[in-house]
Ligand binder design. Sequence first.
Ligand code: EPU
Length: 434
Amino acid sequence: MDTLIVEGGTPLCGELELSGAKNSITKLMVASMLTQESCTFHRVPHIGDSRVTQAICEALGTRFTQRPPRTLEAHTPQLHSSEIPLSLASHNRLAIMTVAPLLHRQGRAVVPAMAGGDRIGPRPVDFHLEGYRAMGAQVEVRDQVYYFETEGLRGADLALPYPSVTTTENLLMAATLAQGRTFIRNAAIEPEVMDLVMFLQKMGAIIDYNVDRTLVVEGVGQLRGAAHELMPDRLVAASMGAAAVASGGDVFVRGARQADLVAFLNTLRRVGGQFEVKTEGIRFFRQGPLRAITLETNVHPGFMTDWQPPFAILLTQAQGMSVIHETVFEGRFGYVEQLQRMGADVALYDTCLGGGRCRFAASNYQHSCVIKGPAALRGAQCAIPDLRAGFTYLIAAILAKGTSTLTGVEHLDRGYEDLAAGLQGLGARLERRT
Ligand code: EPU
C-alpha cells in the first residue's frame, strides 16, 4: 500500500489543469462497444477507473490504441465474450454497464453481482435489472451472478423510482439499438449523462430529452463510430475549488466550466468563498472569514453528492454551525469519524436536518450532520477507505497542523490523476512513499 506523508498548514496556490471526467470516459468506452466501427476520445484522464474499464472492454473484445497525450481509440469489430471476468468486476461500477452492447451483439450477458465503487451505501442495481426486464430481457440472479438473455431488446415505457445516473446511462445505451421507442421517465440529467447523450447522438442515435426529465429514444438499426472530446471533470474542479478556499489559498482550475458547477459556485459564494469565472477556467480564492450555511445534496441541477465531502472540510473552517443534509446516498458520511479524530466538531443525525424530508426520513441512516466551526485540525494517521473519502482526508491533512500519514493512497488513483504531484505543484507539502 502506498502512503502519503502530509505536512499541513500551507495554503494551496497556483494552477491546475482538469482532465476529462471519470464518470464520462468509463461510460463512453462501454458505449463504443455498441458499434463495430472505431471511436476516438480526446482529453482522456489517466486514472485507475479508465484502466479498469479498458481492461473490461478488452476482455470482451475491444482493441485500444493510445495516442499521447490524451487521445484514445476504441475499436470492437467483434465481441468474443459475453462474460465479465470476476477479477475485473469488483473495482468500479462499470461491469453492469456492459449489458447493453453484450445483449445487442451477443444476446447474452453474464455479470458478477459484486459492483465495486465507493462505500457510500448499499448501491443496489435493481433499477437496471427491472429496466432490462421491461425491455424484453430475461434476467436471473444465481450464485452472485446476473444472467441476462434476449432475442432482441424492444422499446419500453420506463419510470425510474429515482433519477439514478448509471441506470439512466445503462438503459439509454440499451434503448439506442432497441426496436421501437423507449421512454425513460424520471431520468438523471447530470452533465455526465448528457456527455453520453451527445456521444450517442454522434454515433447515430436519436435521443430527445423533455422538460419533465423524460428521455425519449427512438431505436435505430445500427450505430457508427464517432469522436468525442470528454467534458472536464467537475468533481475534481469542485474538490480543488473547495480545497483552495478551505486552505485560504488561490487556485486557477484550468478547464473548469461554470455551466457544470452552478450549484457549487452559488454555495461557495454563500459561505464566503470567492471565485472568478474566466474564459479558460475558474479561479477559486478567499478574502475573508467563512460563514456557516445549511446545505442539501440532490440530483442535478442540485448540489452534487460528490461535492459534499470536500465541502464539509470547508465548513469545518466556517464561523458557526453548518448543517448538511445528504439525500442521494444513505452512507455518505463515512469519513466523519476520521475528521472528528483530526479535531473537527461534527455530529451525525439520522433525521432530515435543515430542509425537507428525503427518502431516508423513516430509516436510521445517519444522513445529516452538524459542523461547528472554525476548528483547528491536527495531523493524524488514517487509512483511506475509498476514492472521495480519501480526497477529503487529504484536504483535511493539508489544513491540519502537524504531520498526517495516509495509507491506502491507491484509492485516490481511481479518480484523480497524479493527485500528489498536482497538489505539490500548488504548494502542498507532501510526499508519496511506495
Ligand atoms: N439506486 C437504487 N437502485 C439502483 C440504482 C440506484 O436504489 O438500481 C439508488 C442508489 O442506491 C442511490 C441513488 O439511487 O441511493 C442514486 O444512485 P445513482 O445510481 O445515481 O448513483 P450511481 O450511478 O451508482 C453515479 C456516480 C457517482 C455519483 C452518483 C450521483 C458513476 C460511476 N458513479 O453513481 O460517482 O456520486 O452517480 O451523481 O457514474 C464517484 O465518482 O466517486 C461516484 C461515487
